[in-house]
Design a protein around this ligand. Structure first.
Ligand SMILES: Nc1nc2c(ncn2[C@@H]2O[C@H](COP(=O)(O)OP(=O)(O)OP(=O)(O)O)[C@@H](O)[C@H]2O)c(=O)[nH]1
Ligand SMILES: [Mg+2]
Length: 362
């Protein structure tokens, strides 16, 4: 077997580069973030492929066991030049947008920033208003920004066109299992047509822990399969081939727990006929400082949507909104309390914006 390391700004891009080169036949060995000499954090993904595949696919005439895509000195110089240019552009923008502290623009910007919206995002949106009278009217300016937020947010519609597998991933204790129970009740009993729903539990890390999902399965009369390896996962899915929706519960993962990530990636990439929709559970109470790590690491799993939980635990939704604005993932459901099955909403921009406006006014 030949090992190769791919480097990119985030794990997903590095992994996609590897898959782009070798197809799905590769084995993922590790994924880690490394601080490079230029001070940038980059992600290194190590993979393993059969020697024949390596020789067939590698455009490098001399096969090397450890091939790193670390930039060459020319590329580094180019990167530095680009970084300088970017900084110059940013400072030019700063000059244009740098206005008196008591101006309408400064006050409105301050308000949104204080509620969690990134200054950078606001500047990108506001730059197009330079010279426009809206900048002198706080009501119009606030409405303009809210409309821009509304336009940038994305919602994914519920769809049952074909049978699907929904996997819920996310940090520990965010509400994955409870949300799976709510979704199961919704799909099996609360829609125009009853769907055939089953559970698969990958949450095998918590040995001996109370089987929360099994408990919900018993109450709701939902078929429930627990697996502990990719092989039993594939077998489990085969045995559930005639189910409309298979909900897959996973163990809570710290975004830094590479081993659990790799294990989960193996399940997501396993050789099965249906694509797995991976949904990231994110708490509305997420900390600003943690968002970047959560996104960078969980996006590795090729996210289909974000499900937001614990709406009832905070009035301040700016940080969450900021997350949705910065990363290009649509929202699918909102969990608004602990009650199964009632405290679940299909994601709506209006609901999120209304709550955010309530906070702006407050
Ligand atoms: N207030 C509130 N609590 C919630 C919500 N969703 C889940 N919870 C509670 O959060 C706690 C953890 O929920 P779980 O569903 O076990 O979370 P999990 O992500 O499966 O946890 P792990 O499997 O340990 O990672 C439970 O007490 C739930 O009742 C919500 O929307 N609002
Ligand atoms: Mg759980």
């Amino acid at each position: 077997m030949i090992q190769e390391t791919f480097v990119a700004d985030d794990p997903k891009s590095a992994y996609e580069e590897a898959v782009g080169k070798y197809g799905a036949g590769l084995k993922l060995l590790s994924a880690k973030q490394v601080k490079y000499e230029d001070g940038q954090l980059r992600c290194e993904v190590a993979i393993e492929v059969a020697e024949e595949v390596f020789l067939a696919k590698s455009c490098d005439a001399i096969p090397s066991v450890q091939h790193s895509m670390t930039p060459s000195s020319d590329e580094t110089a180019l990167l530095e030049e680009l970084t300088t240019l970017k900084k110059q552009l940013a400072s030019m923008k700063e000059e244009i947008l740098g206005v008196e502290d008591d101006s309408v623009l400064a006050k409105v910007k301050k308000l949104f920033v204080s509620k969690g919206i990134a200054k950078q995002w606001l500047d990108d949106v506001l730059i197009s208003l330079m010279g426009n009278h809206i900048l002198n009217d706080d009501t119009l300016l606030v409405s303009y920004i809210l409309e821009e937020i509304d336009e940038s947010l994305k919602v994914v519609e519920e769809s049952f066109d074909s049978p699907k597998i929904m996997m819920l991933v996310g940090p520990t204790g965010v509400g994955k299992t409870t949300t799976i129970a709510k979704l199961a009740a919704r799909y099996a009993y609360m829609m125009d047509k009853p769907y055939k729903v089953a559970f698969i539990n990958l949450d095998s890390y918590k040995v001996g822990a109370f089987d929360q999902l099994g408990h919900y399965a018993d109450i709701m009369q939902i078929k429930h399969v627990t697996v502990d390896s990719v092989e039993t996962f594939i077998k489990g899915l085969e045995s559930l081939h005639d189910y409309d929706v298979i909900l897959v519960d996973t163990a809570g993962m710290s975004p830094y727990d590479t081993q659990k990530f790799i294990k989960t990636v193996e399940f997501v990439q396993s050789d099965i006929p249906r694509k797995i929709e991976v949904n990231l559970l994110l708490s509305a109470t997420v900390k600003y400082e943690d968002m970047d790590d959560i996104y960078t690491n969980f996006s590795f799993l090729d996210l289909h949507s974000v499900i937001i939980s614990k709406f009832d635990e905070t009035k301040h939704l700016g940080t969450l909104l900021n997350f949705m604005l910065l990363y290009d993932v649509p929202m699918s459901y909102f969990s608004i309390g602990q009650e199964v099955p009632d405290d679940l909403l299909v994601a709506s921009k209006e609901y999120l914006l209304e709550r955010f406006i309530g906070d702006l006014d407050g």
